[in-house]
Design a protein around this ligand. Structure first.
Ligand SMILES: NC(=O)c1ccc[n+]([C@@H]2O[C@H](COP(=O)([O-])OP(=O)(O)OC[C@H]3O[C@@H](n4cnc5c(N)ncnc54)[C@H](O)[C@@H]3O)[C@@H](O)[C@H]2O)c1
Length: 240
């Protein structure tokens, strides 16, 4: 398949896990990709992908930096019409025990980072007549688990933003969807979940980065042309 021929994508948090896989899958299908991350390991991944990829060190919570990311995409490949807001962090503790500054920091990364990304790519998408955005939320945004307040609340906010943005941007032919990964085998996964997957997970195992990335990439492709505001669980029946 060549679903991303002539398309330019930005994937945040692409130095590891699902983001890396999404960048590789898009490039393998003819797309050109800007990988961003705070971790410079993304440089080697972009080099490995080849001429269709470029890396920029960027913290998603840096709003001004988003302009530089979009400028790089435009200069190297053209106006981006695909955005995967993947970069994010897990963050734990109850509402009664976390520091306010910690909560602010997590909201800046997980929520504002995606908000800044959407706003930064929008002019390119409107110029090109449309686009596709996927915000990576979490299974935690479908339930309430004690001790997961910062990541849970920030990912609930991402979920809400996705639905509101989908409505606001439908008239511009910009689709906005969200994916809720369950337990996916990346460096972010809590080790005890990996260790106990055989008994904890309905399918007896956690998911792979590729299993989740393939769903994300589908939502970014024209195959999903009438999907917007959708919330897709990729969790092997964990939270259904
Ligand atoms: N792995 C899971 O089970 C799981 C479950 C639910 C949600 N998620 C979400 O999936 C997304 C991808 O995570 P992953 O599991 O592939 O983990 P990962 O640790 O492999 O990758 C996350 C990447 O995001 C980058 N990152 C962190 N903070 C950043 C920032 N401020 N700016 C830019 N990049 C930043 C990290 O450096 C890392 O490369 C995250 O948003 C995460 O919250 C993962």
């Amino acid at each position: 398949m060549n679903r991303f021929k002539d398309k330019v994508a930005i994937v945040s948090g692409a130095a590891s896990g699902m983001g890396e896989m999404e960048a590789r899958l898009i490039a393998a299908e003819g797309g050109r990709v800007v990988l961003t991350d705070v971790n410079e390991a993304g440089e080697a991944i972009a080099r490995d992908i080849g001429d269709a990829a470029v890396f920029m060190k960027h913290d998603v919570s840096d709003e001004a930096g988003w302009t530089r990311v979009v400028d790089l995409a435009r200069e190297r490949f053209g106006p981006p019409t695909v955005l995967i807001n993947n970069g994010g962090v897990g963050a734990y503790g109850g509402i009664h025990e976390i520091e306010t500054d910690y909560m602010r920091e997590i909201m800046e990364i997980n929520f504002m980072g995606s908000f800044f990304g959407i706003r930064a790519v929008l002019p390119s998408m409107r110029e090109k007549g449309g686009g596709a955005i996927v915000n990576i939320s979490s299974g935690l945004a479908t339930t309430s688990l004690a001790g997961y307040f910062p990541v849970g609340a920030s990912k609930w906010a991402v979920r809400g933003m996705t639905r509101l943005a989908a409505k606001d941007l439908a008239g511009f032919n910009v689709r906005v969807n969200t994916v809720f990964p369950g337990a996916i085998d990346t460096p972010s996964l809590v080790q005890s979940v990996r260790d106990n997957a055989a008994t904890m997970m309905p399918m007896g195992r956690v998911g792979s980065s590729e299993e989740c990335a393939r769903v994300v990439v589908f939502l970014c492709s024209d195959e999903a042309s009438y999907m917007s505001g959708a919330e897709v669980m990729v969790d092997g029946a964990l939270l259904c």
